[in-house]
Every structure is written in structure tokens, then in C-alpha cells.
Write a protein that binds this ligand. Sequence first.
Ligand code: LLP
Length: 423
Amino acid sequence: MNHFDYRDGILHCEDVPLTRIADEVGTPVYVYSTATFRRHAQVFRDGLKDLGRVHLAYAIKANPNVAVLRVLAEEGYGADVVSGGEMARALAAGIPAADIVFSGVGKTRAELSRGLDEGIGQFNLELEEEGAVLAQIAHAKGRRAPAVLRVNPDVDAGTHAKISTGRAENKFGVPIDQAPAMFDRLAPLDGLDLRGVACHIGSQLADLSRLEEAYRRIGQLVADLRAAGHTITRVDLGGGLGVPYKAGDVLPSPADYGAMVARVTEGWDVELMFEPGRVIAGNAGVLLTEVIWVKPGVTNPYVIVDAAMNDLARPALYDAWHDFDAVAPSGERMTANIAGPVCESGDTFAMGRDIDAVKSGDLAVFRTAGAYGATMASTYNSRALVPEVLVDGDRFAVVADRIAAETILAAERVPEWLTPGRA
Ligand code: LLP
């Protein structure tokens, strides 16, 4: 469910026609609905209502815009961060440090130290050495770092290989069978307050049975750790719940997910933590674009839009599907390929797709672009960095500026040993 609907033949975000945003801000531009963010935050929380005390840490990598983070902070969400940059954003948005989980397989010593200084609520350790180093840094500061050990349960999440994280060969977590011995070595360290375990097996998950299998393995580990004398008070169950991208996609609801979690975790007696990203942000955003040309092709015409793979990388990276709809559809349909202006064939959003008939100058959207959209944008081909707009009812604000190619050029320089130009 989202708040992008047609009214009087024009696609609106809440009460704002997308034509207005295109006129005032230009295209391409990401457009987000505050109401959808709030609704998803509430629906996800409701799905977990039978679990007692839970900690919700929005995985800000999905959409780290500071205004979006502010909305989710208002909804009572903490944050899951994976870099110093994400930590700074979460703090800038007013999320209390104690509600921040610091994940990530390559946290640097500087980032660990900064996290300690800020009072981050939990460090999710990815390897034993990281735990030892964190303990040392904390000890030197006279502190104890709150931490859990991320384990790799060796479960195939059944998702795209590039976003699967819980198989033994993936780089994430420690092998689950080695976790008890690592716990024995890490738990006694002075600078560490090792409280439990974490897992995250992948993203865009459609099959709850894979998650259930992972969680059952975690449950067994918790029992084993307790039997070995460890105190376990927290289990972080990660994120990963998928969202529908096209008609006919069937995804488990947050309520289905919550029911499964309640069943599996019964009797664990821990604080459960969650790191949802896509399920909160995915359907809360679209990428608004203008058709530049409709170019004849061999089989189908190419609709060349002013958004490209540098603005929305998911189709090029993961063959991802994003629905493409005209902002003011005529009712006619066409079969077309949809591509951006970037100079590689990978800059193609769809091939042979049945879409609203469009022509040069028409506006259209790629839907379900609120997660892993703007945040993965680049300036490849010296294109501007795509801006972001947040709508709330009948008002909207530009919450990230378009960064012009000239501004990026201005940050580069030619060293003095090169000739400034042709004499
Ligand atoms: N927690 C951890 C440790 C993660 O690595 C991730 C996502 C999440 C939580 C949030 O997962 P979500 O609920 O959003 O599925 N760029 C890719 C997705 C990469 C996901 C990376 N990790 C895409 O566009 O599909």
C-alpha cells in the first residue's frame, strides 16, 4: 500500500500532482511520500506486537536521506548503520546514539572508536578479531562496548546472489559452529559487554521458511551459549523482508513475518531486534523522469528517458523490475524497451515491456524506488546527482539538492606540473 495514486488522470504523491514537482524541481527526481513511510513503519511495528519488547533499527542504507530518517525517528525507530557516514546521518536526524546498531563487515578502527565516543547502543561483530580490537579500544577509554556476534547460519535465502548474505561462502558473520568457541574467548574481555547474537541472511526475501530455518539455528545457538554459562539478553534478527515490485508478486506481510517470529522465538527470553530497510522504504518512493525520445528499434522502440542507471542502478545490477507508468496516461498502450542516456547497453530498465504509450516530453515514474534508489546513485557519465523531494499532504520540499556536474567538476583540479592548456 502506498500513496501514489491517479486523480483526474494525473499521478499524485499524496495531494501533490507529480507534474508540479517536475515543473518546479525538474527531472529526474526521486519523490517520497511521508504518509507511506509512516504507514510502513506502523504496519511493521504492528506485525511484531505479540513479541513483547522489541527494538526497531531502520536499516538506513535503504534510504538514508536525513528528512526520511527524521520521519522514522518520529515513528520511534532507531537505526542500523554500516559506516561512519551513516552513523553521522542517524545522529544528525536526532536518532539517539543508544538506539543505533553499528553493523558492517569492514568497520575501521576509527569508526569503532567514534562509535564508542558517540555511545552507540550496539556493535554487531563480524569476526573475532574485530571483537578483540573493539574490546581494546573500549578498555583504553575506560568503557565496555555493548556488542553481539553476527553469525552466518549457512541458509540459502532464495534471493538474488548479489543480495544473499547468509550462506557459508558469503563474507558476512562468523560460521555458526564456531560461534560458541569465539563467545568463550570474547565474553571475558574487559572492554566488551557481549550480550547476544545477530543474523541477516539476505534482502528481498520472499520465502519465510528460509528465515525460519535461520532463526531456528539461532535459537539452538542461544540455548548452547546459555548451557555454556553465557548470559544472552539480545538477539538481532536482521532485516530482509521483501516487497512486491510487480503485479502478481506475492510477499509475506509483516503480520505473517511477526507470526513466524513469535512461533520460533517462543521462550527465548531476550530482547528481539530488527533491521528492516526495504519493507519500510521501497514503496514510499518513485523516480520521476521525462521521456527524451522514442527511438525506433529493431523489434520494439526504445523509450529513452532522462533517468539512467546512475540514478537507479537496480535494473543494471540485479536485473530488477521497476514498474513504469505514465504520469498522465492516455489510455493507449505500447510495447517498448526503456533505457537511459548513459553510454552502455546495461543502462536499460526494461526490454519488450507493455507500458502506457508515451512520447517525447511525457512524464513517467519508475515505481518502488524508495529503497536502494537515490542512495546508490552516482554521477557516471558526468551526470548530475539526482535530487530528492519529500511530500507531506499538499506540501513538498526538496530534501536533497540536485548536485550539478559543474559542482562536481569544481571539486577536481589539475596539478601544477601539468600544462594548464594548449599553448
Ligand atoms: N541488516 C543488514 C545487516 C543488512 O546487510 C541489510 C541489507 C539490512 C539489514 C536491510 O535489509 P532489507 O530489509 O532492506 O532487505 N542494494 C540491494 C539491497 C542490498 C541489501 C544490503 N543489506 C538492492 O537494491 O536490492
